[in-house]
Design a protein around this ligand. Structure first.
Ligand code: HEM
Length: 139
């Protein structure tokens, strides 16, 4: 990821700090609206805990942007746990769409083409690692 994209990710993530919980809520409600099969996976789970876990993970990923092997290994382990939660590859696409949408809502006029490109690149990278790990032929 180029330094300008990294800077944009860090800056916009910081700008979201005061409204992160709202952004997380927007993210899940958007996800469940566009993909009811994702909602089924969370049935009966305390969503506030989930917001927290999700935000902490994004926080960690935003802080480590250069992704040494240790981070890749953790993402692969996260992906294997997700297979156990019933997550399938197609979910990564709807999760990505809901995440970008929630960031756009949260950032308002700070959301522009460069910011969108930077977050898209980051999500493609993260989901790419997770999807490859979850795809049997990659073994
Ligand atoms: C793209 C990156 C993703 C990240 C960073 C992420 C992050 C997390 C984290 C940190 C947890 C807590 C449990 C653990 O660490 O194993 C979790 C659980 C979970 N995630 Fe994800 N996730 C991602 C993608 C997805 C996708 C695509 C789905 C599909 C809808 C999904 C559905 C779930 C479910 C169902 C749980 C378990 C909830 C529970 O049993 O309490 N996640 N996720």
């Amino acid at each position: 990821m180029n330094p300008n994209a990294e800077r944009l990710i860090r800056e916009t993530w910081m700008q979201l700090v005061p409204t992160r919980a709202v952004a997380a809520e927007l993210f899940y409600s958007r996800l469940f609206a566009i993909d009811p099969t994702a909602e089924e996976l969370f049935a009966g789970k305390p969503m506030h805990e989930q917001y927290d876990k999700f935000l902490k993970t994004v926080d960690w990923l935003v802080q480590t942007l250069d992704y040494p092997p240790r981070v890749i290994e953790e993402l692969q382990a996260l992906s294997r746990r997700h297979v156990g939660y019933g997550v399938i590859v197609a979910h990564y696409e709807t999760v990505g769409a809901a995440l970008l949408w929630a960031l756009e809502q949260g950032l308002g006029d700070k959301w522009d083409a460069d910011v969108k490109r930077a977050w898209t690149e980051l999500y493609i990278f993260i989901s790419g690692v997770m999807v490859r790990e979850a795809t049997p032929s990659s073994a």
